[in-house]
Design a protein around this ligand. Structure first.
Ligand code: PHB
Length: 567
């Protein structure tokens, strides 16, 4: 295998075609981002290194080194010969969302408006000649599409686009026209249905210019089924204290409830007062403090030693810089970026120039700021992961280690309900499927979950249920169960030894969110003949805890801006 030369060019598809690579650009960072973008853009969640080499135009050996580095950093995972994006990749989109500060400041207003109108409300930002969603407050209704956070729409096909275009320069309008000509069917926008050849391109453009003029005159914008039949929306711009339109808020409905004009009439008064409140919140935001030193230096020189030339150090460092830009709201100076990443200024500077050159960051008088394009690195797709999908790879790794079946469950009423399970391939194994319910008191996962409840709820549970004697060992009295729960709370784990079923032992630990709240439980179930309770605890508890920690960590990254997914 020959290592690629440091100057090997990235194919024109891999970087934006009109961007000229500055001499100082960090090639491994460019290539790493090209691979991530290619993976995110492919409809299949699994890819092979060979396909990625073809798609990016990179040498196969380069793709291998990029994949090794990204896997070691936790942004990719390999499954056999397949490569998959991991939830941790959402850290980059999170960095953009945190640094723009809009979801944090405005999402509560959007939810309140959705509640009052009982319609979906979304917030979108301009992204070149596109519109990118950054917040969704959906109402679950029949026939309402909801875009994912991070999805990109063509400006001419949604309500916010006309508001943003109302402020375009002539050059920006030209860029839009060029895109229209080169991509008349919107194939670069996988979030929207493709246009058919029957659409008259000139008419599409003339209609948009009319809508932009109307947006300039009225200050609002309508979407009368521009994306698909039935979908209507009305939007207003939100301005920051300097008067710049930073985003737009849309109220989205369906023609079964409203025509576009009737939606505007119904929603605009409340939408206007919500935008007033949003602008007030933006005006009253205190300046963000600089990030603490070293906070984001994830790169560890031991990785370089461990992986040798297979590890692309400057890719790892560049990604640290990307994440560091999300550690404070607003632009970040070179000095702060270097301090936050513990990198030499010159190294941080080159990474920033590379991000700028690729369209992920922009240089402003006060420093560098991330751009919404960062969301292209897999954010919309990964934001759809369910708790089971997030947990399963970690359960699989655990099963590989302990050779026993592992599961996650949540409390559902007085039962636990299995959300995911990975069975060990043993002849004798415990037979449980996703969706299985058991009384919480008789299971190890139930006990760690009950142990985490506020005391009164715990007592209410114990006085409400009538424990069944599943085996001679089942604890059925309130004092015995109370003691078991107190022990589980103190120790942070629970072992249930043949209380649910003869021969079945189960060890469980809590899965916690970023605030330390218990949100689920993970367990390993095994046959009692596998060892004494002490032996099981000694061998299984450490890897089980590690798996639970990783599940919680992934879950925190995925739900930071997209809400809880425990259901
Ligand atoms: C949405 O949030 O789903 C949405 C927003 C604006 C549109 C269409 C859909 O014009």
């Amino acid at each position: 295998m020959t290592a690629s030369s440091p100057d090997e060019p990235v194919s024109p598809d891999a970087v934006s075609p009109d961007a000229v690579s500055p001499d100082e650009s960090v090639r491994p960072l460019e290539r790493g981002l090209a691979v991530l973008r290619a993976m995110a853009a492919d409809p299949s969640p699994r890819q092979r290194a060979g396909d990625l080499a073809r798609e990016t135009g990179l040498a196969r050996s380069t793709v291998d080194r990029v994949a090794t580095t990204l896997t070691r950093l936790g942004h990719l995972r390999s499954d056999g010969r397949d490569l998959l994006l991991t939830p941790r990749l959402m850290e980059f989109g999170n960095a953009y969302l945190a640094s723009c500060g809009l979801p944090e400041a405005l999402a509560p207003h959007a939810s309140a408006l959705a509640d009052r109108l009982d319609e979906s409300v979304s917030i979108a930002v301009p992204d070149e000649d596109g519109v990118r969603f950054i917040t969704q407050a959906p109402r679950r209704r029949t026939m309402a599409v909801s875009f994912r956070i991070g999805d990109l729409l063509p400006a001419e096909r949604c309500a916010p686009g006309a508001l943003f275009a109302a402020r375009w320069t002539e050059a920006e309008r030209e860029r839009w026209l060029t895109r229209r000509r080169t991509d008349p069917l919107d194939s670069r926008f996988p979030a929207v249905p493709k246009r058919t050849g029957a659409d008259d391109g000139r008419q599409v453009e003339a209609d948009f210019e009319d809508r932009v003029r109307a947006a300039r005159e009225t200050g609002s914008s309508l979407d009368d089924q521009l994306i698909e039949p039935g979908l209507v929306a009305v939007a207003l711009p939100v301005r920051d204290p300097s008067g710049t339109t930073v985003c737009a808020v849309s109220v989205v409905s369906h023609t079964s409830r409203h025509t576009a004009p009737s939606l505007a009439e119904h929603a605009l008064p409340r939408l206007r007062s919500t935008v007033g409140a949003m602008e007030h919140t933006l005006r009253s935001q205190a300046p963000a403090p600089p990030p603490p030193a070293d906070a984001l230096a994830a790169f560890d020189s031991s990785l370089k030693e461990e992986l040798g030339s297979g590890f692309l150090q400057s890719l790892a460092r560049g990604l640290d810089v990307l994440r560091a830009l999300g550690s404070r709201r607003g632009p970040m100076s070179l000095a702060d970026t270097a301090r936050a990443t513990a990198l030499p200024r010159a190294t941080a500077r080159r990474a920033l120039l590379t991000l700028q050159h690729l369209g992920y960051a922009t240089a402003e008088p006060d420093g560098y700021r991330l751009l919404p394009r960062v969301m292209d690195l897999g954010f919309p797709r990964l934001s759809q992961l369910t708790f089971a999908q997030i947990a399963r790879p970690h359960l699989a790794a655990l099963v590989e280690q302990v050779h026993e079946s592992a599961s996650v469950a949540v409390l559902d009423g007085d039962d636990i309900r299995y959300l995911a399970r990975v069975a060990a391939s043993r002849i004798m194994r415990v037979d449980i499927t996703v969706g299985t319910r058991f009384p919480a008191y008789a299971t190890s996962m139930g006990r760690v979950l009950l142990a985490a409840l506020p005391e009164q709820e715990r007592l209410d549970h114990l006085s409400r249920v009538t424990p069944r004697q599943f085996t001679p060992r089942t604890r059925t009295t309130v004092p015995a169960l109370s003691r078991a729960l107190a022990t589980a709370a103190r120790e942070g784990w629970a072992l249930v030894d043949q209380e649910l079923e003869e021969g079945l032992c189960s060890l469980a630990v809590p899965v916690t969110d970023d605030l330390g709240r218990v949100i689920a439980a993970a367990n390993v179930a095994l046959h009692a003949s596998r060892g004494t309770a002490d032996q099981i605890r000694d061998t299984v508890l450490p890897p089980l805890r590690e798996a639970a920690r990783r599940i919680g960590e992934d879950l925190a990254v995925v739900s930071r801006f997209t809400g809880s997914r425990i259901r």
